[in-house]
Design a binder for this molecule. Sequence first.
Ligand SMILES: Nc1ncnc2c1ncn2[C@@H]1O[C@H](COP(=O)(O)OP(=O)(O)OP(=O)(O)O)[C@@H](O)[C@H]1O
Ligand SMILES: [Mg+2]
Ligand SMILES: [Zn+2]
Length: 326
Amino acid sequence: MEMTGFRHQVGGHFGLFECTGHVAKPVNAREMAFYELLTDNIRTFTPAYCGRVLVSTSISEKGELTLSTPSMFDCHKRLPHTPPSTSRPKKMRFRLKNGKVMVDLDKNENTFAGECQAKVVHRLLKNGPSWFILLENIVENFEMPCVLDLKMGTRQHGDDAPAHKVAAQMRKCAESTSALLGVRIVGMQLFDGPSGAFNFVNKLEGRKIDQQQFYDYFYLYLRACGEKRAKILKKRLEAIRNVLLEAEGFRFFSSSILVAFDAIGREDNIRVQMIDFAHSTFPGFCQDALYYGADDGYLQGVETLIAQLEFFLESFPETPESCASR
Ligand SMILES: Nc1ncnc2c1ncn2[C@@H]1O[C@H](COP(=O)(O)OP(=O)(O)OP(=O)(O)O)[C@@H](O)[C@H]1O
Ligand SMILES: [Mg+2]
Ligand SMILES: [Zn+2]
């Protein structure tokens, strides 16, 4: 089965591919084990995990690269009733030019995703086939996905991190809204109707903004969401909070909440999923150190978002451009 680049990736270190309703992410042994061993209460909030696949790449005489996996996966195909759209962009493919992996992207497109993925394709070419996990693609049925990746928690490093990484991660938390609010923006893409293009916020921007600017970006996203979706988002965050309050000993270091809706889709449709578990742990997982109680850093971030949503909904539709220091 063929895989192509995943156009709507807004964050992450490694490139993700897409195929029949899934995203394929390079295997991290801890993350794969986490998805396999996850308790049902948390699983309700994660994208479906559909196993692992071996991905290989081949190259044509013209330098066109094809990514493929020997397995077939029909478990999360695009919904049949989703109308085929002419605006839906063509598949994102890679080619080799002067020894470099290039991606076919128009300008105004998600170059961050293309660059991340080109690196992974390059590695596949160099090292041969490698394993990926398949996750339900949460934007699969969306025409113009507006996506927000929020990195949760006040601490990002796992216990397995080497000293230099601990220091770097702690600095990133201290210098960003992570330490203060328990959440920071990793990436955002918003569809802008008038220009017909997406606007992007990348992780460097997300790391350097202060509390006020964080609220401003969140409001930008919420205004695009509208009231119905914002209400659903708030309910979903409250449900995540309630489950995490009971999740004894769980820690979700460096994990995210991924939010997505379709700019031209149903107004009551919004996806809110917990993702990115390479540094997560729970009692008995991988002989990790034990933690007690709930993940307070993560919960702080969830409370920040719920409080902002309350404020947003109270003042809707006269939502202020910016929410003065509260
Ligand atoms: N199930 C999914 N459906 C749709 N998009 C997804 C899904 N999982 C991940 N993504 C996209 O891919 C990006 C990167 O994913 P993820 O955070 O898991 O990667 P990572 O390399 O482990 O991240 P980090 O650099 O934060 O450690 C996310 O920001 C999101 O845009
Ligand atoms: Mg991430
Ligand atoms: Zn599946």
